[in-house]
Write a protein that binds this ligand. Structure first.
Ligand code: BDR
Ligand code: CA
Length: 310
């Protein structure tokens, strides 16, 4: 099994990623760390615990992390996810409390305690916690097996500005530090996630397939897809964050190439843009595996089959 830490800001699509991970025996989820992003930290921390309870895994610890980006005020996305971050289902106060301690210390301690090269970080929100852990303990960079993250976009453009994807835009300084850290990094940009659309048929299959967790997820996704359907006229909404977990389980569903990726932190116009040297027109260091395509049917088959097990 592969050991992972999921750093997250749930978010309905984060919730789907968490469920996919805990439903998959190939993965051992050591803990969730929460960050401010889609909604403020208190809500992402509540939501993370709530999802684990629905998925029958309240034993997995949830550590709260940064409540604001490194150098900027927080930008949230209630317009997409609703006021709670998980609109679309009935919410409740989870029984399990937050774990004691800060997310950053949990990330650092775990990387130091586990054998080098055996822990993968899966960031699904702004990269604040990861950047802070690397600042506080630069020695742990070498101990990370890989960072597989959802963020950025290039050919597809942005979803919060014309140039930037939400997770990178919210904390571009953090993203710049993480992409420069020299850690093996795989990136799921909008170019991939906008090809993984929740059609009515896919949600109906999810609902039919399993028990309560799958049905709750179907309700969440029905709320979540409305934003994109109304705004862009797509059939379904992009299921961003579960692509990270799906990649760990079935890398063959994705294709991309190793590229240089730099993060814009200065320009007002293109703040948070992930500038991807797809054509290798520079000799800058190839610091990330940038995915561009996904077998969407294979991805949804995997998601539905796994969530049905919960
Ligand atoms: C990303 O932003 C959030 O709204 C989603 O959860 C996803 O992580 C997509 O841009
Ligand atoms: Ca997210």
């Amino acid at each position: 099994t592969r050991k992972i830490i999921i750093d997250t800001d749930p978010g309905q699509d984060d919730a789907a990623a968490i469920m996919l991970a805990v439903a998959s025996p190939e993965l051992e989820v050591l803990g969730l760390t929460t960050v401010a992003g889609n909604v403020p930290l208190q809500l992402t921390s509540r939501n993370a615990r709530l999802i684990l309870e629905i998925a029958h895994r309240p034993d997995i610890p949830v550590y709260a992390g940064a409540d604001a980006p490194l150098a900027r005020p927080l930008v949230t996305a209630e317009n997409v996810h609703g006021k709670s971050g998980l609109d679309g289902v009935e919410l409740f106060e989870p029984a399990a409390p937050l774990a004691q301690g800060h997310a950053i210390d949990f990330i650092i301690d775990t990387l130091r305690r586990q054998a080098p090269g055996t822990v993968t970080l899966c960031p699904l929100g702004p990269l604040t916690n990861i950047a802070m852990a690397l600042r506080q303990a630069p020695d742990v960079a070498d101990r990370i097996e890989e960072i597989v993250l959802m963020g950025g976009g290039f050919f597809e453009g942005g979803n919060i500005t014309p140039a930037a994807e939400f997770n990178v835009f919210v904390d571009p300084e953090a993203a710049a530090e993480v992409f420069a850290a020299g850690v093996p990094l795989t990136m799921m940009p909008l170019d991939v996630t906008h090809k993984a659309l929740t059609s009515g048929d896919r949600i109906a299959r999810l609902r039919r397939s399993g028990g309560r967790p799958a049905a709750v997820m179907a309700d969440m996704l029905e709320f979540f897809e409305r934003y994109d359907e109304q705004k862009y006229g797509t059939e379904g909404g992009p299921l961003h964050d579960p692509t990270v977990i799906a990649y760990l389980l079935r890398p063959d569903l994705f294709s991309g190439r190793q590229c240089n990726v730099e993060i814009e932190t200065k320009s007002d116009l293109t703040l948070g843009m992930t500038v991807i040297d797809w054509w290798h027109v520079t000799d800058r260091k190839r610091n990330a595996m940038v995915m561009r395509d996904i077998d969407a049917d294979g991805f949804f088959d995997l998601l539905i089959e796994r969530l049905a097990r919960l």
